[in-house]
Design a protein around this ligand. Structure first.
Ligand code: UT7
Length: 328
């Protein structure tokens, strides 16, 4: 019997039109363009309008994907919505998205793994395809980070942006699609990157709002150290166990948290800069959006059979790498 793999058969993305430049941030906090570019690689990021949620970006991205693939929303079996900024605590953004696009035959759920969410979503979605249970799985990764960023706090506000991307997973019998994954969590890292209030331990109150505890809290240097090692380690591991040399890898698709972390990962893999997808300069860190947005922007350069390594590191800590063969 032919082995069924899960392949990406379509990709799309959406970023809101409003641009927030480093110059704009200079007027909001004590920072400057030179510091932001040299320490992170970011020049500008997008900001979603007030009153709109992450699902609104997903609607744009998914409707475009359905059109590209020539299918209807009713053809979708499953929606996995990877996000840390769902429209509401409940119901899930997957439910809201399904309603907004008319995916009346799908079930779905949200997946929370911070910046590694899209990787975990890809792995999970691919298992439903491999098992033969479903034929069309939509994996969405997106965040309205501006809804949880403190724009008076220069350590974090310069890094993040809003955006959303999505891919369709379908069965493949040519050996293309997801080949292998290395995925990890270490919850002891939660102290260094989290949102203090709004969960069940510390529900929202006047005090939590006054203490600005509904925003991202990050101990940047500590996260940086773990991220540099974590992302490089799993990327090297996935190459090694699949006997991939640097020449075999067509593209590294790395989470966009900091250009210095991306460079370290590429160096460890022995990859030239030309093989590394980078959009941090114009989108910043869109959390769950980074990987699908990269695939969307690079879609025209990808060739059937290309070996891609996707890698990410984020809050939790969560991290991992996926090796896949591009299918079209
Ligand atoms: O995606 C999820 C996972 N997240 C990450 O992977 C993020 C990992 N961390 C980082 O990318 C970096 O740690 C940051 C970009 C967040 C910060 O860069 P850094 O090189 O680690 O800076 P730092 O925190 O060590 O701060 C260095 C200096 C400090 O000043 P002093 O104490 O040396 O005088 C900061 O106060 O830079 C100062 N600083 C700033 N200066 C201008 C911090 N933020 C800013 C700013 N503008 N926006």
């Amino acid at each position: 019997m032919t082995k069924i793999t899960a392949a990406i058969t379509a990709v799309n993305g959406y970023v809101p039109p409003k641009v927030l430049t480093n110059k704009d941030l200079e007027k909001m906090v004590d920072t400057n363009d030179e510091w932001i570019v040299s320490r992170t690689g970011i020049k500008e990021r997008r900001i979603l309008a007030e009153g709109l949620g992450t699902s609104d970006m997903a609607v744009e991205a998914v409707n475009g994907l359905l059109k590209k693939r020539g299918i209807n929303a009713t053809d979708i079996d499953l929606i996995i919505f990877c996000t840390v900024t769902p429209d509401m605590v409940f119901p899930s953004s997957a439910c809201i998205l399904a309603d907004k696009i008319g995916a009346t035959n799908a079930f779905g759920y949200d997946l929370g793994a911070a910046c590694s969410g899209f990787l975990f979503g890809l792995e999970t979605g691919s298992r439903f395809i491999q098992s033969g249970a479903y034929k069309k799985v939509l994996v969405v990764g997106g965040d309205k980070m501006s809804s949880i960023i403190d724009y008076t706090e220069r350590n974090t506000c310069v890094i993040f942006g809003d955006g959303c991307g999505c891919v369709l997973l379908e069965p493949n019998e040519e050996g293309l699609g997801l080949v292998d994954s290395v995925l990890k969590v270490d919850g002891s890292g939660r102290h260094f990157l989290h949102q203090k209030a709004g969960g069940s331990i510390k529900p929202a109150s006047h005090e939590t709002v006054d203490a600005r505890e509904h925003f991202v809290y990050q101990e940047g240097q500590t996260v940086f150290k773990f991220a540099v090692r974590g992302m490089a380690d799993v990327s090297a591991e996935i190459m090694e166990r699949n006997n991939l040399t640097a020449d075999d890898v067509a593209w590294l698709v790395p989470h966009q948290a900091n250009l210095r972390i991306i460079d370290a990962t590429a160096n460890r893999m022995g990859l030239d800069k030309e093989k590394v997808m980078i959009n941090i300069d114009h989108f910043g860190n869109t959390t769950n959006g980074t990987l699908p947005l990269l695939l969307w922007e690079w879609e025209n350069k990808l060739k059937k059979g290309d070996n891609l390594v996707l890698a990410a590191f984020g809050g939790g800590f969560t991290w991992g790498a996926i090796y896949l063969k591009w299918a079209y």
